[in-house]
Design a protein around this ligand. Structure first.
Ligand SMILES: Cc1cc2nc3c(=O)[nH]c(=O)nc-3n(C[C@H](O)[C@H](O)[C@H](O)COP(=O)(O)OP(=O)(O)OC[C@H]3O[C@@H](n4cnc5c(N)ncnc54)[C@H](O)[C@@H]3O)c2cc1C
Length: 358
């Protein structure tokens, strides 16, 4: 390993500088691989920037066991990871266990889940925990944490660069071709060619586009747009993440409140709409009436990497040796990112031990 004879050579190329790609780079680098991350735009400008930063599926009982396992493993990794990223980058991520207040009615899947997680759930009404709300039935999922996505992006970029990962914006990957039996060449839209033994495709909603361009079998990953609103609240006013009717409000430490989100099948259109603004506001005000009086600061959207069964693809590509996929994290990419990146790293290490690079 440790090949970096010139600027275009590394052990691993990661395609996509979102949470999944950057964390893959971070864990691969920690195992001694030299890593280059290529992104068609600026790092962390995709779904990873747009998301809410809730580190749990909402609600957890609607997701398969494989998602739960990756979220749980990530929650174990996050505290130490955050300490390291904050120390290396000087960026504060505002990681906090704020809990999630989930409002009823609760379906048949919810009750057995609650019984299994009795220590982590308190049952009551919304107004028991949040002044200004009505008395509808609610469960407080006490251990749910959050962090600020854009800050995670800044911290990851600075930390990856500090440990020697090369992160190159403006490099849209157009093709991947075998150069030798063990070496792959990655061709970019700007004319650059980079070579590596392994290529990890972590291109989020664009993963199938990248694979198609390279003439490789796709994974069934497609964009599903989510729109978000940012409100100006006051610090401490909203005490927990509050969710119901498919929407949620996320309180940040400085008083900002994120309200989301839609799920729209509109291809790669990353625009925003008045209809979504009205729908999110109306549903969030129904949960937390004070939100209706708060100034609206911003509206944006992101393209989630949707996948049929909600389970991300973390695997070798079946056609081209050396190509790996880490993608399809849909609504829970931040919640699953560290464990997904660690799993990918373990798989690449196992492949590398079976056939070490020169
Ligand atoms: C509104 C909204 C709210 C969300 N809320 C949450 C939440 O609260 N909690 C949670 O866990 N998850 C949440 N998510 C989901 C989460 O954001 C995603 O699952 C996660 O960010 C996916 O990360 P990623 O790195 O795979 O994709 P992305 O962050 O989209 O990164 C993919 C990168 O690949 C790059 N790329 C694409 N094609 C190419 C190419 N050809 N060459 C080079 N680079 C390329 C893109 O430019 C992009 O930077 C939310 C998403 C949205 C949209």
């Amino acid at each position: 390993m440790s090949r970096q004879a010139n600027a275009n050579e590394s052990d691993v190329i990661v395609v996509g500088a979102g949470a999944i790609g950057m964390l893959s780079a971070w864990y691969l680098r920690a195992q001694g691989f030299t890593v280059t991350v290529l992104d068609q735009q600026q790092p962390f400008a995709g779904s990873s920037w747009a998301g809410g930063g809730i580190l749990s599926p909402v609600p957890p009982w609607h997701y398969p066991a494989a998602v739960d396992a990756l979220v749980r493993a990530s929650l174990q990794l996050y505290p130490d990871l955050i300490d390291r990223l904050q120390a290396l980058s000087g960026v504060t991520l505002d990681y906090a266990v704020t809990g999630l207040l989930f409002t009823g009615p609760f379906d048949a899947d919810a009750v057995p889940w609650r019984q299994q997680h009795a220590d982590a759930v308190a049952c009551g009404s919304l107004q028991d925990w949040q002044p200004g709300c009505d008395g509808r039935e609610a469960w407080l999922l006490k251990n749910v944490a959050q962090l600020r996505n854009p800050r995670l992006g800044k911290a990851l970029l600075a930390s990856c660069q500090a440990v020697g990962v090369s992160v190159l914006p403006g490099h849209a990957v157009m093709d991947i071709s075998p150069a030798t039996a063990r070496r792959l060449e990655v061709h970019c839209g700007n004319g650059a060619t980079h070579a590596a033994d392994y290529v990890v495709i972590a291109a989020g909603a664009w993963t199938d586009t990248v694979l198609q361009r390279c003439g490789l079998q796709t994974c069934g990953i497609r964009p599903l747009r989510g729109q978000m609103l940012l409100l100006q609240g006051r610090p401490g006013e909203l005490r927990h993440i509050v969710s119901g009717n498919g929407k949620y409000l996320i309180p940040r430490a400085d008083g900002l409140i994120l309200c989301g989100s839609t799920v729209e099948d509109v291809g790669f259109d990353a625009g925003t709409t008045m209809a979504a603004r009205e729908e999110i506001m109306s549903d969030c005000v129904a949960l937390y009436p004070a939100a209706g009086d708060m100034p609206l600061l911003q509206q944006w959207s992101g393209l989630r990497p949707g996948v049929a069964d909600d389970i991300p693809v973390i695997a070798a590509h079946p056609q081209l040796p050396g190509v790996w996929i880490n993608s399809g994290h849909y609504r829970n990419g931040l919640g699953m990112a560290p464990a997904s990146a660690q799993r990918l790293t373990e798989l690449v290490m196992a492949a590398n031990q079976a056939a070490p690079v020169a």
